[in-house]
Design a protein around this ligand. Sequence first.
Ligand SMILES: O=P(O)(O)O[C@H]1[C@H](O)[C@@H](OP(=O)(O)O)[C@H](OP(=O)(O)O)[C@@H](OP(=O)(O)O)[C@H]1O
Ligand SMILES: Nc1ncnc2c1ncn2[C@@H]1O[C@H](COP(=O)(O)OP(=O)(O)O)[C@@H](O)[C@H]1O
Length: 423
Amino acid sequence: MTKTPGSAAPCPDVADMIHSFHWSTLSALHPEQQSRVFSVRAAPPELVVTCDPCVAQTEKLDQPKPSGLSCGSQPDEESLCSDSGFGGSPAFSLGLRKLSDCSSVGLSPTSSFEEYEEEFSEGRNAEKNKTMVNWSPFVVPLQKRSPWVQVVGHAGNFQTSCDGKLLKKYCVYEQQCLQRLMSDILRPFVPGYHGMTQRDGQDYNLMDDLLSYFDTPCIMDCKMGSRTYLEEELKKARKRPQPRKDMYEKMVAVDPMAPTPEENVQQAVLKTRYMQWRETLSSTATLGFRIEGIKKSDGTCNTNFKRTKCKEEVMQALKDFVDSDVPLLRNYQQRLKELRLVLEKSEFFRTHEVVGSSLLFVHDRSGRAGVWMIDFGKTMPVPPPLTLDHRSPWVEGNREDGYLWGLDNFIDILTDLISGQRE
Ligand SMILES: O=P(O)(O)O[C@H]1[C@H](O)[C@@H](OP(=O)(O)O)[C@H](OP(=O)(O)O)[C@@H](OP(=O)(O)O)[C@H]1O
Ligand SMILES: Nc1ncnc2c1ncn2[C@@H]1O[C@H](COP(=O)(O)OP(=O)(O)O)[C@@H](O)[C@H]1O
């Protein structure tokens, strides 16, 4: 499906899920409990009148503005990474729906799928929303900020703003999550959320640009969990199958032998089938996470990790990402251990199915390194009294997503990598 500049962000078609959001505002921990874990100020959302010349905010959270940043906006298309494999370079990928589509050719869906597309878009336009929380681990007043870079994800979803913030196309489910995360102990691990804003008639969620803390950063996006589609998407696919030609084409571009004879006849696959295939092709099914893309400080960007599956391949990619820098690996390992501790205590995490969410790893030459959770467009509250441990294997109905299992594996891999580098 092709995203147009005016379209909303990709949120699941979950009109039938919206009911489940009413109860979950009870989930946040008491502020005093939060401050015992991290001395981070958690401010509730408030309505404000805009004073930002770049964006007209309709709602924002009380966040200090970064200083020393140049003011100006850059359309997201200018900063897309190409899917050019190892040693690739930034590309002008105008019109591409997904950055990771760059490796394939002829991915535009045909008109026979327009109906499907319209239905999804209509459902999403009103509902979409992503919101992120602001926490700056470093005080880095940069004199000259590097251009913002989108490593993977849907093309056309982001706009930059002055003062180190990002605009992401509105998705209501993401907004709900980020608002809740603002008062959860996970707040230090998600970008700061500043409410909704509009630009050129399009709704956006305004969030911190995590790259603004760094100088010419290296960035890695890892999709967490053992499952990348919602249970609700599976139910919907069974009830009303919607074969996708674009996904068939993406599948064939990676492995012409992957489609079944029936799929070859249809020249289309169901989204859940495509997502499952991607899970087993990569390390998602075996390790509970996968590398989606890496952008190095020299500007090269690689999103060609669809077949990066076994532990050794993942280790090699991680090693390349940090240029075999052991203190940096330790930094990341430490940050992931901290995240795990907080996840295990988080009320938000216990009560949400976290699917399709990524960890964004960022470091620069100074040795600073940060890891944040991003992309909550498919993070859904589970109906009470159900809670998740995020480690149990998924059985349909239990809503488990394998997030913590993946994080355990990630930390173990970093540990192995660190000890291997010492030898
Ligand atoms: O990475 P490739 O192989 O291109 O597949 C993509 C990713 O899984 C997207 O997830 P993410 O946004 O987390 O990257 C997903 O978006 P959803 O998040 O909407 O499921 C896309 O579904 P469609 O948007 O339906 O095409 C799917 O085509
Ligand atoms: N808060 C942020 N700060 C900096 N970069 C971000 C931020 N959020 C997302 N990105 C960049 O955009 C990419 C896609 O983000 P994501 O939220 O997953 O979008 P999508 O919903 O389109 O998949 C990430 O890989 C990262 O490069």
